[in-house]
Design a protein around this ligand. Structure first.
Ligand code: SF4
Length: 212
C-alpha cells in the first residue's frame, strides 16, 4: 500500500532530480502550444520541434492558420505521423478559435476538448503549461512511470490521472507531470528502466518486486 510518506519521498526526489522541469515542445504563445501538443500525438516532441519553426513562422496565429487549406499545411508537417488528419484538425481548430474565441485559446477544459484533435491530455497540457492551471496530463511516460513506481496501480490513463490527483498535493501537479515525463524519457525508459541510476529504488514497487 503506497503511503503518504512515500509520496513525500517521490516529490522531493523528483524536485532534486528535475529542479526546473519544463515542457519539451517549443512554442511562443498558448495558440502555438495547443498546435504543438495536437501535433505531438503518436510522435515525439523532438519531431514536432523540427516542423513547428516553419509552421509558426508562416502561420503565427489562429487567423492565419484558419485561412489556409489543410493540403498546404500537410506539406509543413509531412515528417510527423498522421500528418493528414493533424493538418485537417489544426486548421479546423484554428477556425473555431478565430471565429468563436476571437483568436484566444479558451481557458476551460470543457471548451478545449470541443476543438478538433484535442483530447483530455492535450486540454490538460494547455491548461497546465499555457495557463498554469493545476492539472496532470497523463501521457505514455506519466502512465508508465507512475504505475511502475506504484503511486497508482491502474490499467487506464483516466484512472491514473485521478489517482495521481488524489495522491499528489495540488501545488505539485504541474511540476510532477513534467518531472515524471523527464524521468520516463531519461531513466525509467519503456524497454529497460535504468534502475541503477534512479533515486527512487527505495520506494519503487516495480524495483522492489523484481529485486527481492
Ligand atoms: S527504480 Fe527503476 S522501475 Fe522504478 S522508477 Fe526507477 S527506473 Fe523506474
Amino acid at each position: 500500500m503506497w503511503t503518504e510518506a512515500e509520496t513525500g519521498i517521490l516529490v522531493s526526489e523528483m524536485k532534486k532530480a528535475y529542479p526546473a522541469p519544463e515542457c519539451a515542445l517549443n512554442f511562443g504563445n498558448v495558440f502555438q502550444l495547443l498546435i504543438a501538443v495536437v501535433l505531438s500525438a503518436q510522435t515525439t516532441d523532438k519531431q514536432v520541434n523540427v516542423v513547428t519553426p516553419d509552421l509558426f513562422r508562416d502561420y503565427p496565429d489562429a487567423a492565419s492558420l484558419a485561412a489556409e487549406k489543410p493540403e498546404v499545411i500537410e506539406e509543413y508537417i509531412r515528417r510527423i505521423g498522421m500528418y493528414k488528419t493533424k493538418a485537417g484538425n489544426i486548421v479546423a481548430a484554428a477556425k473555431i478559435i478565430s471565429e468563436e474565441w476571437n483568436g484566444e485559446i479558451p481557458e476551460s477544459f470543457d471548451e478545449l476538448i470541443k476543438l478538433p484533435g484535442v483530447g483530455r491530455k492535450t486540454a490538460n497540457v494547455v491548461l497546465a503549461v499555457g495557463y498554469g492551471v493545476p492539472a496532470i496530463p497523463v501521457d505514455t511516460h506519466v502512465f508508465r512511470v507512475s504505475n511502475r513506481i506504484g503511486i497508482v496501480n491502474e490499467k487506464d490513463v483516466l484512472k491514473t490521472e485521478y489517482g495521481l490527483m488524489n495522491k499528489l498535493p495540488r501545488e505539485t501537479w504541474i511540476d510532477m507531470h513534467h518531472a515524471l515525463i523527464w524521468h520516463g524519457r531519461l531513466v525509467c525508459k519503456a524497454r529497460k528502466p535504468e534502475c541503477e541510476s534512479c533515486p527512487l529504488t527505495g520506494i519503487c514497487v516495480h524495483y522492489n518486486n523484481t529485486n527481492t
